[in-house]
Design a protein around this ligand. Structure first.
Ligand code: ATP
Length: 458
């Protein structure tokens, strides 16, 4: 089973490269730190996921506004939020091969124990259980110690370390007052942001699941500390699950994991992860945390500025509490790839690989083919249709190879519809439309194409 699962991951990684979704980055220089580039189709897919999220959580919500804050913040912000001292991972070095590992992961994989934060205990278990180095197989570990996960950089105009943000949420709290003063928001309200975050992960692994540079989609949802938050919390969990379904995840592959009370930060009343059954097993996809008034209070203390909300209805001034739904974009994309990946046996005994993305996520919506490359009339007509449709949808024009090959390629990038211009087209002004999922073909009049595709795709 495990082999089969890894096999699926390998297939996804290989298809991603072969078909222009995701490339290992800096490959011509031997690669770099397990980082990746999103290729032409990966970029489209990623943008479609971002658009879907923005539509669902900003455009269609009267109570949530957007923000686009900087990656570099005043470093005092990371001191106030506790990141400079507390945003750590537990590190163990193998004395033999000098490779570095997350000690908590080594212990958990070997014993099933979650010892997050308990450094001495982890050192003891690594030794006592003779846990082997995944790289060289020896068991000779250094003491487990904390290592900060923020990337440091410097600014020519600033004396001291500057950090690349390890999460997008920070900027939201810093702009809380500006949003309240400029936007007439009424509590409860949210501020949403999509952007890059950077974490100096000890080990990057599982393709784009754990990387050092990634994107997050986050919301801080501010609430009155006196209202019952439990129902809202449940609502947010449901919304996160809904979003996972929109990515194509089946219900059976989504589950909740509630963090044990004693493991929560002192300010958090509840934290739940939404986990997805990735090809390597269940792991965190999204998170939802009740963070109380910790962030606003700390930033207020450190900056000396009041970060409060005034409720004119009951003449009440208070520091709001906050629910923080956070969504990883790269992990969302991995869910989309993993849920869409399908191998099908066809009637003639052959096999096809098809990416059954939800249509709104498909990188290319319509592919247009002239039946033959060397017939100018067909090519001209196909170009005309392409030029007409491209203003509405991401389209692709392809006149390479035989039609079967062109279908196979579009199946592998998940294109819902392929249109073929053939000799009948020139007589009857219609084209063949082939459906990705059913592989059924149908003739549709060119003048009805827009309506037809609109109905199917929107
Ligand atoms: P993990 O336990 O997997 O390291 P985390 O609990 O540290 O994750 P959060 O701090 O809650 O993660 O970050 C919010 C979201 O950002 C996660 O749910 C995940 O989707 C995404 N994320 C976090 N770290 C990474 C990473 N290294 N690579 C890709 N996505 C990440």
């Amino acid at each position: 089973m495990a082999k089969e699962k890894n096999n699926k991951m390998e297939k996804i990684v290989s298809l991603s490269k072969r078909r222009g979704f995701i490339f290992p980055s800096s490959e011509i220089y031997g690669g770099f730190a397990n980082s990746y580039s999103y290729g032409p189709y990966g970029r489209e897919l990623k943008n479609n996921i971002k658009d879907l999220w923005w539509k669902m959580f900003v455009q269609e919500r009267i109570d949530i506004v957007g923000l686009d804050g900087p990656i570099l913040l005043n470093p005092r912000a990371w001191e106030a939020s506790g990141h400079t001292t507390g945003f750590n991972d537990a590190l163990a070095d193998c004395r033999k091969c000098k490779k570095r590992f997350r000690a908590d992961h080594l212990v958990e994989e070997a014993t099933g124990k979650d010892l997050e934060g308990q450094l001495e205990e982890m050192t003891k278990i690594l030794k006592e259980e003779k846990i082997k180095c995944p790289e060289c197989g020896k068991s000779d570990w250094t003491e487990v110690r904390n290592i900060n996960m923020m990337f440091k950089t410097n600014m020519n105009s600033f004396d001291g370390d500057v950090y690349l943000r390890p999460e997008t949420a920070g900027a939201i709290f810093l702009e809380f007052k500006n949003v309240v003063d400029s936007m007439r928001v009424k509590i409860p309200f949210g501020i949403a942001q999509i952007g890059k975050a950077f974490r100096n992960e000890i080990v990057a692994r599982n393709f784009i699941f754990r990387v050092r540079e990634f994107e997050q989609m986050e919301i801080e949802y501010f609430i009155d500390p006196e209202v019952k938050w439990e129902d809202l919390f449940e609502e947010w969990l449901k919304l996160q699950e809904d979003f996972a379904s929109e990515l194509g995840a089946k219900d059976k592959n989504i589950r909740r994991y509630e963090h044990a009370k004693e493991k929560l930060s002192h300010y958090s009343q509840k934290t739940v992860d939404i986990e997805y059954n990735f090809p390597f097993g269940f792991a965190e996809l999204f998170g939802l945390a009740h963070r109380g008034d910790f962030d606003l209070k700390e930033h207020s203390k450190a900056s000396g500025k009041k970060l409060e909300y005034f409720d004119p209805q009951n003449n009440k001034r208070f520091v709001p509490h906050v629910l923080e739904p956070t969504f990883g974009l790269d992990r969302s994309l991995l869910v989309a790839l993993s849920s869409a990946y399908t191998e099908e046996k066809l009637e003639d005994g052959s096999e096809r690989i098809v990416m059954k993305f939800p249509k709104k996520l498909a990188p290319i919506k319509v592919a247009i083919f002239p039946l033959l490359k060397n017939k100018p009339k067909l090519v001209e007509k196909a170009r005309e249709i392409y030029d007409n449709l491209k203003t509405e949808y991401m389209c692709e024009f392809d006149d390479n190879g035989n039609i079967g090959k062109r279908y196979r390629r579009q199946d592998e990038i998940g294109t819902p519809y392929c249109l073929t211009v053939d000799f009948d087209t020139l007589e009857q002004d219609d084209v063949t439309i082939r459906d990705r999922d059913t592989m059924k073909q149908k003739r549709v009049k060119i003048k009805e194409l827009n309506d037809y595709l609109n109905k199917k795709l929107k």
